[in-house]
Design a protein around this ligand. Sequence first.
Ligand code: ADP
Length: 859
Amino acid sequence: MLGFLKKLFVDPNEKKLEKLEPLVDEINSWEDEIVELTDEELRAKTDEFKSRLEAGESLEDLLPEAFAVVREAAKRTVGMRHYDVQLIGGIVLFQGKIAEMKTGEGKTLAATLPAYLHGLTGKGVHIVTVNDYLAERDQEWMGQIYEFLGLEVGVILQDMDYEERREAYQADITYGTNNQFGFDYLRGNMATNEDQLVQRELNYAILDEVDSILIDEARTPLIISGPSQQSPKLYYKFAKIAPRLEEGEDKDYEVDEKAKSISLNESGIDKVEKMLGIDNLYDNQYLDHLHHLNQALKAHALMKRDQDYLVKNGEVHIVDQFTGRLMSGRRFSDGLHQAIEAKEGVEIQRETQTLASITFQNFFRMYNKLAGMTGTAETEESEFDEIYDLDVVVVPTNEPVIREDLPDVIYKTEEAKFNAVVKDIKERYKKGQPTLVGTVSIENSEKLSRKLKQAHVPHEVLNAKHHEREAEIIKRAGQKGAVTIATNMAGRGTDIVLGEGVTDLGGLHVIGTERHESRRIDNQLRGRSGRQGDPGSSRFYVSLEDDLMRLFGSDKISGVMNTLGLDDDQPIEHKLITKSLANAQQKVEDRNFEIRKNILEYDDVLNGQRKVIYEQRRKVLTGEDFEEILFGMADQWLDEIVEIYADEELAPSDWDLAGLINQLESLSLKVDLTEEDLAGLRTEEIKEQLVDQFKDSYQAKREELTAEKMNKLVKLVMLKVIDQKWMDHLKAMDELRQGIGLRAYGQRDPLVEYKFESFEMFKQMNSWIREDIIKYIFKIEVVKEDSEEEKPQHLNYEQRPMMTAYDTAKQPQQGQQAQAGGEKQEVKRQPIVKEEEPGRNDPCPCGSGKKYKKCCIDK
Ligand code: ADP
């Protein structure tokens, strides 16, 4: 009976692992034979595998032997033999799933197994790391194994140019960060020249720290943007106004901390109108004022310096709320960043316009096969499954984990909590036991550091301000008597090895000074201790004043507290509190999941459209059927035009054939037809006539220009128009999305509304694209290459390609949300577009709205 019950309730993960066992045995069974091979014979296996693949064997067929080969090569090159659990990890990754492997289990090495196997196909394998430092390290380190076996390995780094990137992408296995892969994708879809295409088809990716990439980063899309023409004056103006308004229910404005939003009250509006000397802030003409006011208030009341952002070298940097690191180069969107810059009195970086964007979610879903690894995935299992269709398998540890996770202690006040933390650290420090302390913010790190100084405890502080030294400090964190304070997951990717004698002292002790927004982040902190069977312990200290408790804990707690009548420094242990803590965490986790899902649902709409546009664009760029696309466009466009002037549904006497011909001539189409020629024809026949006219005009133009020039020109016109319209569309979609929230009051589902309207907008955009392309193609005058002056302004592509900035991939993608946190080097912000001399007919850079030649050209 018991046995039966046990069978019934068998852990589903156990089941998954059981299925893999025979495969692990099979890999192991190859070992005796493989060990005997000479280096040359081992290397020759790669060619043998490749031929067997060609002969029809599948990667699955090759797996056991190939894994055994990689294991042997690793032994001979980097001196490590994959543990059996790493084989399991490798199989899970090969199967396109997520392998949860604890810190220190050797994920880097495990990934070499599926990477090699897939590398045999030559279609490309991307190993995605969280920062450049790890990408480079892993490529050099693990690269020895692949190269020994005759596969090529490359790495994509921030400061590489097109040539270097293309080469790295051509390799069988390529290391790089999620940002680099994502931005190269976007850049490839902004290229004006085939030389700028570096990435191949997205084939197979292994995401290291997959939870960080797909979950923590999911809420911030990758955006490439260029400067727009807005002036910074309004930001400064409103930065002065914001502090003059009072916060409160019956005051000028209210703050909703949870929703991170601000709402203005009557009196606030009155005051602002007076300050600005205007009648009605809600008048259409002041829409941008309202927006600025809102952002200024957010910057003033919601965004905290040293917690949400940092000011360094006169620049405002976002602090990642999960890792505490600086997100160099990233900017808060929608003018909030500028509002903060104005609040802090630093120079406002130019406002930007989105040129291309994609969420990580949608980017990584484009790979033919996706796999991931992390120490903490299980708590987010359902999200991985639901959104990415990725199954999570918890791989057992090589040695049993003997770390002791002590129960939380809860204090009434934050002050008392920190005092207790200091006491705990001091006691362990005296013993010589190393301690790693995690904090949720830089502010708390510094607070704790001050207290430790007072208590004469030497320590290191690891936060966004010093992240250059991160890896180095983290390495020493396991030494005797070391005390390391780290904002949450700083130093991720470097494992903490215990110093001599530390094992006898109980190993590394981890202290959490606050519960995080998700259990996963708590687990990451805990997991820094107890690697590879090391001893260790962990404990979280919590106070009722912590954000999590304050915002999401129930009010019942304060009741209990009062009933208990405890002193501040007495820890409370009460079931109700522990439970409400867990509830609070659950609430936040659920909420964040909902937000991410929501983002995805909205982004899916745009994603579909992006695919259509990018595919079309790619065909034009590579010259594949671009004429066909053009004629297709002409066809549709003529359909629309004829429909307007010669609607089937109307009597021919009501048609306006003269208008039709006029319209076509105004677009410089050669029309050899008169009204009389068309009279008496049916709508369909008129259209056919016009299609012929279009083709004739095209042909004539082509002969006039020569085929080569015409091709070049048509390509450029098409790319330029598509890009311009797409950019406008992105902006409009963004506005639509923000606006749609306001309409949600009725019974309507905002998402349905959004889908409906964006479909209409997309249709409209396509129609504009067609019209503009046709219009421009026939308007082109042949001018001598060197007399730019006479070229029509909108065709100045040659001297001023729209995407100048991306002609060199070396430019950090700036002014935008490029360059996510966690990169090793901090990149200085630079304007995204090269400041080159504008064309004479271009808008003057001074912002006057006049042409450059009529304005500042000689000044
Ligand atoms: P993770 O990313 O899983 O935390 P790493 O890949 O950084 O772990 O590896 C942790 C450490 O374990 C590294 O120093 C690595 O050299 C070592 N290691 C990994 N696999 C093995 C192995 N099979 N044999 C010996 N050492 C290993």
